[in-house]
Ligand binder design. Structure first.
Ligand code: IPE
Ligand code: IPE
Ligand code: MG
Length: 247
């Protein structure tokens, strides 16, 4: 039976996030520039998005560029931003075909003008699509997001709209950039590192973690299906005992 057929479509994770890592090492292993790895990474993105649609995944969030990635050499940052503009223009028709709605989280005010407008345009065009919600985390980090949220709540309190005792987990969740998404069920990281790198720390509190040595440019449909099957083999206890779950 194929991996796709083995997946129980009634027990899909609602929200899957991917740390797309390993582009540079993938390219280096082939004697190429790091940017070649990023280009191939866009192909993986396309394949994974269409696999997500085929499965019927509701929320797919992809770490494309972290706050810390601004510290890379300026040539690489520029190449990544240009690639983003190119990829958005090239892939938008496919998003429409696949009924995928694009959104973005992160400090978009730091993006170059052309990248920002390409992103905005694609989000507006796909806003009515009802299939998979694909969110790109760009210029994103969890600590940036949490800092923004705390500032917002403090302002609300100062203005008298919020008492400290009224702050609940829901208030905090609602102050994050993911406010209209469910918590993360599955976090995937490619490229061999076993770390979270400042990604969705609050939202991943009870996520299943899946680490693979496969570099992102080699992560295609079958690898996504494999990760979902791993997820479906986990017992999610949320603090309870196994016995309680059977009752
Ligand atoms: C992930 O691949 C893409 C981004 C962070 C933009 P890397 O560029 O981090 O590739 P490695 O980890 O150096 O191989
Ligand atoms: C994490 O990858 C960020 C993205 C995939 C966009 P990095 O390659 O930047 O992560 P670290 O710095 O090695 O942890
Ligand atoms: Mg990396």
């Amino acid at each position: 039976m194929s991996l796709f057929d083995q997946i129980d479509k009634d027990r899909l994770p609602q929200h899957v996030a991917i740390i797309m890592d390993g582009n540079g090492r993938w390219a280096k292993a082939r004697g190429k520039e790091r940017s070649y790895g990023h280009q191939e990474g866009v192909v993986s993105l396309r394949k994974v998005v269409s696999a997500a649609r085929k499965l019927g995944l509701k929320f797919l969030t992809l770490y494309a560029f972290s706050t810390e990635n601004w510290n890379r050499p300026v040539e690489e940052v520029n190449a990544l931003m240009s690639l983003m503009v190119l990829a958005i223009h090239r892939e938008t028709p496919l998003l429409m075909e696949n009924n995928v709605r694009l959104s973005a989280i992160g400090d978009l005010s730091r993006l170059p003008e052309d990248a920002y407008s390409a992103l905005k345009e694609c989000m507006a065009l796909t806003a009515g699509n009802t299939g998979t919600r694909m969110t790109l985390a760009i210029s994103y980090s969890s600590r940036w997001e949490l800092t923004e949220a705390v500032r917002h709540l403090a302002q609300e309190a100062i203005e008298g709209h919020l008492k400290p005792e009224e702050i609940t987990e829901t208030t905090i969740s609602d102050a994050l950039t993911t406010r209209d998404m469910p918590d993360l069920d599955l976090m995937i990281r490619t490229g061999g590192e076993k770390r979270i790198s400042n990604f969705l720390l609050w939202q991943a509190s009870y996520a299943e973690l899946y680490f693979t040595d496969i570099y992102w440019p080699d992560f295609r449909e079958e690898e996504l299906y494999g990760a979902i099957l791993y997820y479906q083999r986990r017992e999610r206890r949320f603090g309870k005992t196994s016995e309680q779950l059977i009752l």
